[in-house]
Design a protein. Structure first.
Length: 290
């Protein structure tokens, strides 16, 4: 069953079935992801732990919401579809977080595949004393065990060397919800820029630590971006590495925010369009993630 929720209208679907609250919510914001969203949802449906799925349509024009509803029905998921018309991933995440009623939440991307053990492994980390965030590393679709091992070594080594930094992107982050909310959650009034995944981890880690593991990974789509680069510069990365242990707030709110503002790298200005129809089912991979 799914609910279709529109910010301007309210609850619009009948037949909502109340179920026992699981430990997990998966939160997926999306914008024009009709080509890839069904495969992502299928990988979420294959998780080994119960979950609620919240999908946030951030103004799609390609029928992505219909794809989401069809996938929800196909897999019998406990899910809602939310519409957030304010452009930007941060706004979409804030709206989705407002619907979360579980202990844990995973932020997942609409163009990413997740292995069946993904949430179970994230929960194993989050239940350790002091852990409030779990981070996954990224591998290419079709990656073999050697590739998984190599990427695992990289992220674990980085986490040991720089424990107060974020080493995982937003597609591979899972939170203790109470800690995330205590830190302010996702809020464009706090951070309206790109790199929201790193900034929100900075705030959440005021509540505890972030852990990684060899078995926590996911597979983003390898598609090309058709817009001006939104990556931070090498200089900005170096300053992040140098200041995160003792001056993370200065880095984000005094240093990086000013630079991103100058480059107009705002969350509500970033859209990806031209390549959305370029990839086939499951990102053209036969890797058995489901």
């Amino acid at each position: 069953m799914y609910l279709n929720f529109d910010q301007d209208v309210g609850l619009a679907s009948e037949g909502w079935v109340r179920r026992a609250t699981p430990a997990w919510t998966v939160l997926i914001p999306f914008f024009n992801e009709a080509a890839l969203l069904a495969d992502t949802i299928a990988s979420i449906a294959a998780q080994t732990v119960p979950l609620t799925l919240i999908l946030v349509d951030n103004g799609s024009t390609d029928g992505s919401a219909d794809v989401a509803r069809a996938a929800i029905d196909r897999h019998g998921l406990d899910a809602i579809v939310v519409t957030e018309r304010r452009a930007g991933k941060v706004a979409a995440l804030r709206t989705g977080l407002g619907w979360v009623r579980t202990r844990f939440v995973a932020t997942c991307d609409a163009d990413t595949l997740y292995p069946p053990h993904y949430l179970a492994e994230a929960e194993r980390l989050l239940r350790r004393d002091g852990c409030v965030v779990a981070g996954a590393y990224f591998v290419a679709p079709g990656a073999d065990q050697a590739a998984l091992d190599a990427e695992a070594r990289k992220i674990l080594s980085a986490a040991r060397a720089l424990p107060r930094q974020c080493h995982a992107g937003g597609a591979g982050q899972a939170f203790d919800v109470a800690a995330l909310r205590a830190a302010g959650g996702f809020d464009p009034d706090i951070w309206p820029f790109i790199l929201e995944d790193h900034e929100v981890i900075h705030r959440t880690m005021t509540q505890g630590g972030m852990l990684y593991s060899r078995d926590l990974w996911c597979m983003p789509s390898p598609r090309e971006r058709d817009r001006e680069s939104i990556r931070w510069t090498l200089f900005e990365r170096l300053v992040y590495s140098a200041t995160a242990p003792w001056a993370g707030s200065w880095f984000f709110y005094n240093f990086l925010a000013t630079r991103l503002q100058r480059r107009r790298l705002l969350s509500n200005k970033i859209r990806e369009r031209a390549y959305h129809d370029l990839e086939g089912p499951a990102f053209a991979t036969t890797h058995p993630v489901c």
